[in-house]
Design a protein around this ligand. Structure first.
Ligand SMILES: Nc1ncnc2c1ncn2[C@@H]1O[C@H](COP(=O)(O)OP(=O)(O)OP(=O)(O)O)[C@@H](O)[C@H]1O
Length: 309
């Protein structure tokens, strides 16, 4: 049943709300045991796609398969889901909230309480175990909800914008938690509009803009679509060596920047040296995922994304 190399797959998912297409033919394949990032600006269709994958809503067209099940709800006990809208019952204690979330996924409540204690201890919230949710800070409550998402040891975790609302320290802890889950063989899918998290965590990403998947593949594959950029500062301002630079090199004083030629840096560097440019500084910058995002999804979509945490 779960022998597939993919923990989640979607083929041609379409969803229209009131005549407006929110998701327009999304196909994704999430390798089992990987960390998979779903990147796109607000309103791009991330939440709608994840809800279709989970079986919370049905697509108008297309198919999906979750942990080997064509009816995603059949996999419900093996799934952990953190929705974009956060919320816990304010009067429940941290322990009860976690145990309750586990019970909704089939974990016996007694076991859930036990695991809740371990998880809260392990995440620095041991002192809050018996405190009502309303007495916790927003970040703590979000951590509790996250612990409730993993309390039943799911095989696949789907987190919708899990980093939003967390300060930098808690964002770092969440990255650690995601890595720890993946190290244990759990598949993690998370959506984000912050590129840095995906760049640090993911092997594979999907980039969605205007309801369409513009790219799906390895992070390196996205970055490799762009050529590295050479930044060069010469000692001389003028000379025959200027002809050795690519015609479209950008110049500011003695500083030049241009795409690395297909032939690599050596032939050009040799020519520059032979023709008397005098190399002051040289660096070759590999494009980041943000540059790749701009190239793939367009500048307008990229402008709505955040580069860093
Ligand atoms: N239940 C719904 N009824 C009507 N329109 C909807 C519904 N759910 C989503 N939409 C619309 O579908 C489009 C995609 O929304 P979706 O929430 O999937 O995007 P998103 O990428 O997750 O962005 P965000 O992070 O802002 O939620 C938006 O235009 C949204 O208004």
């Amino acid at each position: 049943m779960e022998s597939s190399a993919f923990a989640a797959e979607a083929v041609g998912l379409v969803k229209t709300f009131d005549g407006k297409t929110a998701v327009d033919g999304a196909s994704m394949s999430v390798p089992a045991g990987s960390i998979y990032g779903f990147l796109g600006p607000n309103g791009a269709g991330k939440t709608t796609t994840l809800r279709m994958m989970l079986g919370i809503i049905d697509p108008d067209e297309g198919t999906r398969r979750l942990l080997g099940h064509e009816a995603p709800l059949k996999a419900a006990h093996d799934i952990g889901y953190l929705p974009e809208e956060r919320g816990l019952y304010p009067a429940m204690t941290a322990r009860e909230a976690i145990a309750f979330m586990g019970a909704l996924r089939g974990l016996p409540i007694r076991k859930g309480r036990e695991r809740a204690g371990e998880l809260l201890d392990g995440h620095g919230l041991g002192d809050w175990i018996g405190k009502p949710i309303r007495s916790l800070s927003k970040g703590m409550a979000q951590t509790v909800q996250l612990l409730g998402t993993i309390v039943h040891d799911p095989k696949l975790i789907i987190l919708d914008e899990p980093f939003s609302g967390l300060d930098a320290i808690n964002q770092g802890k969440l990255e650690d938690l995601i890595r720890a889950q993946a190290d244990n063989g759990v598949t993690v899918i998370f959506s984000t509009h912050v590129i840095a998290h995906a760049e640090r965590l993911c092997e594979k990403v999907a980039i969605i803009a205007n309801g369409k998947i513009a790219f799906e593949g390895e992070v390196d594959e996205a970055r490799n679509r762009l050529r590295p950029i050479v930044h060069l500062r010469t000692r001389q301002a003028d000379g025959p060596w200027l002809d050795d630079l690519p015609a479209d090199a950008k110049r500011s004083g003695n500083e030049f920047s241009f795409e690395l030629p297909e032939s690599g840096p050596e032939p050009m560097l040799k020519a520059l040296i032979d023709h008397g440019a005098g190399i002051d500084t040289l660096s070759i910058e590999r494009p980041g995922l943000h540059d790749a995002f701009v190239a793939i999804a367009g500048a307008a979509a990229a402008a709505e994304m955040k580069v860093g945490a």
